[in-house]
Design a protein around this ligand. Sequence first.
Ligand SMILES: [Zn+2]
Length: 328
Amino acid sequence: MELYTDIDIQIFVENKIHEIVSSKITPCGNNVLNFRCPICGDSKTDKKKSRGNYYKSSNSYYCYNEGCNAKGFNIIMEFTGDDYYDIKKEFLESIDITVTSKPRERKKIELAPKKDFTGFEIPDEWKELNSEQHRQLEKRLVYDAPFAPKNWKLFYNVEKKRIVIPWYVDGKISYYQERATLKSQTIKYIFPKDSTKTIFNFDMINEDIPYIFLLEGAFDAVFVENGICIGGTTLTPLQLELIQNRYPFHEIIIMLDNQNVDSAAYKHILKKCETSKYRYFLWEKSFKEKDVNQYIINNKGKNPFNAKYIEKNSYFKGKLRLKLTFSL
Ligand SMILES: [Zn+2]
């Protein structure tokens, strides 16, 4: 599901130009608006020169005086000096998507030396999945997941008798988790202790959706656009750094298992009610399943968990406590 289209952005930018530009705006045909360049001010000698052109079809701006140019939201940023986030927020509100938090001012993190995720060799004990393991994954509808990593390859660890779920960053295996295949394995997921947790599904983040949803399970995250997994419920400094460096304007929203079914999730959210700077998603009472994956399995592939729906049901502290305690 798309939250908005390029046309929505174009209309917003065009309207903003009419709001901002103080000189005369002359339409040239259906596609172009011509006006005095607000960036360089056009020629200093001739105040009437209008060399700035906005092209609707490509939502781009070019000025023939000094070659000033920008595209999309950046046009507004260049014209006004406003913060990208504020512009995007105004846009989202104009199409009725509410964004209530602004990411905190971010300290520049020096990545010295640059983090390198290339060094992962596939160990000998990782083998191709056999038909029984494929069947287990098919039962979880994993192969139908719309937001699974591109070229996602799962393995079977013959020594640990677990399914290996690799985590990719920039197309390379950066970390992994291993899922139990036997009833006797009481711990469902294990994580390697000797390397640093990155982020599951990081490569699948869609920049145009201004939220990143942090889910508990990999097999849940692959059914949610911009759903990621961090192998826990608290972001490590490296994970936070990865997100903030690549997606500084995205809001992180935490979506745990169904708090009406899973008491651990309920307790976790209750504890975070006073302190969390993040919004938490709360499951509506009508959901009887423990998590996203189970809901989709029980409902034959029906998937209500789009970004707009999750965002609408996510709350900051204060309201979160109110909603949480009334939902039980
Ligand atoms: Zn200019």
